[in-house]
Design a protein around this ligand. Structure first.
Ligand SMILES: Cc1ncc(COP(=O)(O)OP(=O)(O)O)c(N)n1
Ligand SMILES: Cc1nc(C(=O)O)sc1CCOP(=O)(O)O
Ligand SMILES: [Mg+2]
Length: 580
């Protein structure tokens, strides 16, 4: 039994190892999943073209599938080249029955032609494709394949959208029409459509001839990330970033075109795509139908380090926290009419100003503007229903919730005042539709978006605060860790101290005591700023003679031997979070 999520690749062997099964294995390795392979055909090819395609028999195909299924069913399957219509129908039947036995995500890259231009499996496949379309969760054709599969000509945004709609009508759940061949304003565009949404993601077109294996790599990256439970939007973003990175690093091979590189988990912001809104030129050309805002930047919080950030639901709590010296806090009252909350919101805003604190109002953005709040906090759904320009024009700060790569990139595009990253650990405070992110993902998000104040939220308590702070976030938002503490003042002091100590001790990966978020991509320090945020609470235990322990863990959580004991409940819940 594989400990990593398992992906099957049903595809052809590419003996030059740039595409097909070989590319899928490399991609799976980079995304830290296990890949098992089912060979559909053996091809002979090099950088000048394909010289042989030898399809395996249905018996051999079946034997490979059965031998794998007996041991372990996969979380995702990537289908690449199928060599003939019989194979296609066989795989369609097999998947229909497998899907009755297990929950598996299937992505089909309908390879009909190699990037060298050689036909691999022939146009006859298109006729049999319908059976397979019914069992795949996502099909990833390029413009030519989309045209063949849909039976429609594809020559502009409108015809591409119509062809994708025709594909859904044929029974497939979602289509990603790859735009490597489109060149609009120098952008390479991918268009995604399912029954709920359409997305247009774009990246500057990378002019390289060395693109062999991009289609296989994109589809297997989607399979790998879906196997790791990333939502489809995040899988699309990660896969495109991975291919962009691979194209940027691709090198010539032999006489002709080289292959896309497989260079590890994408971490370079420049490789990550843009999510187009209906307002952008490209969005308009495509006729994208969404109401995502395009905006000027919001006012700054004047620091990357917002410190311990309590989120509370009453004026009484706001008053109490301000008196304790808290400098970043939020009033989060849920599901009441404006008239019911206005008096408390107004009073909280006045108190916030009196204490020179950064008080954010959750959800009630009109009242926040009306009464001159320091800032507003909004979730992703809220963003679509809010007049963000009114918030920006009034000079209020804006904090935005995110729960993964897609939402993070979308948040960055509206240039908010801070970005919240949640939920890191399981929480009982709020019903979350998404899965907990865990520390490893938090680290990746924090490394990707260094120019914004970052706030980690969700299930964070004193035991977890040091490891959260080690990721480089400048703030930790908490509800229960303060509101359910026996002594909220002590809890705040200890949390603030844990955050400060982790920052003072530096990020272990940088080794020189400087917070990694103050570095550029080149690792060079870009300047630093004071890391203790709440003058009244700052690093008390340190100043009072309780020096940093060296690991950032509060002494309450160590045994006599100094070894961290954690807290049992925290550790149990932590086991639920993804470790990737
Ligand atoms: C600091 C911070 N981060 C995230 C949230 C969640 O906001 P949202 O997604 O709008 O959900 P609700 O809080 O409105 O339920 C937050 N409030 N604060
Ligand atoms: C309000 C809220 N928003 C979250 C998000 O991830 O967007 S998690 C969360 C609740 C955080 O509460 P606690 O500190 O008690 O776990
Ligand atoms: Mg909200």
């Amino acid at each position: 039994m594989s400990l990593k999520p398992l992906v099957w690749s049903i595809a052809g062997s590419d003996n030059r190892a740039g595409a097909g099964l070989q590319a899928d294995l490399l991609t799976g390795h980079d995304f830290e999943v296990s890949v098992s392979t089912v060979v559909s055909a053996v091809t002979a090819q090099n950088s000048s073209g394909v010289s042989a395609v030898d399809a395996v028999s249905l018996d051999t195909l079946s034997a490979q599938l059965e031998s794998l299924a007996i041991e372990q069913t996969p979380k995702a399957i990537k289908i690449g080249m199928l060599a003939n219509a019989e194979q296609l129908r066989f795989v369609a039947d097999y998947l229909a029955s497998l899907k009755q036995r297990c929950d598996v995500f299937v992505v089909w890259d309908p390879v009909m032609r190699a990037s060298s231009g050689d036909s691999l499996a022939g146009e006859s496949l298109a006729a049999s494709a319908k059976a397979l379309l019914h069992v795949v969760d996502l099909v990833t054709p390029n413009a030519g394949e989309l045209s063949l599969l849909s039976g429609m000509s594809v020559n502009d945004g409108a015809s591409l959208k119509a062809a994708c709609q025709a594909m859904l009508a044929q029974g497939c759940t979602a289509v990603l029409a790859k735009g490597g061949h489109w060149n609009l304003d120098g952008e390479a565009l991918d268009y995604y459509l399912d029954a709920q949404q359409e997305l247009l993601i774009s990246s500057p077109r990378l002019d390289t001839a060395h693109s062999h294996g991009t289609g296989c790599t994109l589809a297997s990256a989607i399979a790998a990330t879906r196997a790791k439970d990333y939502p489809i939007e995040d899988a699309l973003i990660l896969a495109k970033a991975y291919v962009n990175q691979g194209l940027r690093l691709a090198e010539a091979q032999g006489e002709g075109t080289g292959s896309v590189a497989h260079a590890g988990w994408p971490t370079n912001r420049a490789d990550f795509p843009r999510i187009e809104s209906a307002h952008s030129k490209i969005g308009q050309w495509f006729g994208i139908d969404n109401n995502w805002p395009a905006l000027a930047p919001f006012a700054s919080c004047d620091t990357l380090n917002l410190g311990i950030y309590p989120v509370v639901d009453s004026l009484e709590w706001i008053e109490r926290l301000l008196e304790l010296g808290v400098k970043t806090l939020q009033l989060r009252i849920k599901d009441k009419r404006d008239a019911e909350v206005e008096a408390d919101i107004k009073a909280a805003i006045e108190l916030g100003h009196k204490h020179q604190a950064r008080l954010f109002i959750n959800d009630y953005w009109r009242l926040a503007i009306q009464h001159g709040a320091y800032g507003v906090h909004l979730g992703q759904e809220d963003l679509l229903e809010t007049d963000l320009n009114a918030i920006a024009d009034a000079g209020l700060r804006l904090g935005v919730s995110t729960h993964g790569y897609f939402e993070l990139l979308r948040a960055v595009q509206i240039r908010p005042s801070y970005i919240a990253l949640g939920h890191i650990f399981p929480t009982t405070t709020k019903d979350m539709p998404s899965l907990p992110q865990g520390l490893a993902r938090l680290q990746r998000y924090a490394d990707l978006v260094r120019e914004y104040p970052l706030v980690a939220i969700g299930g964070i308590d004193l035991a977890r605060a040091p490891s959260v702070a080690q990721t480089g976030v400048g703030s930790i938002a908490v509800v229960r860790a303060v509101t359910e503490a026996d002594d909220p003042a002590l809890a705040l002091e200890q949390l603030e101290s844990a955050l400060c100590h982790s920052h003072e001790n530096g990020n272990p990966s940088t080794g020189n005591g400087l917070d990694s978020r103050f570095r550029g991509n080149d690792g060079i320090a870009r300047g630093n700023e004071p890391v203790c945020h709440s003058p009244d609470l700052a690093c008390h235990s340190h100043e009072n003679g309780n020096p940093p322990t060296g690991s950032g863990l509060d002494s309450r959580f160590r045994g006599n031997d100094g070894v961290a004991r954690g807290n049992d409940k925290s550790q149990r819940e932590e086991a639920l979070c993804p470790k990737d």
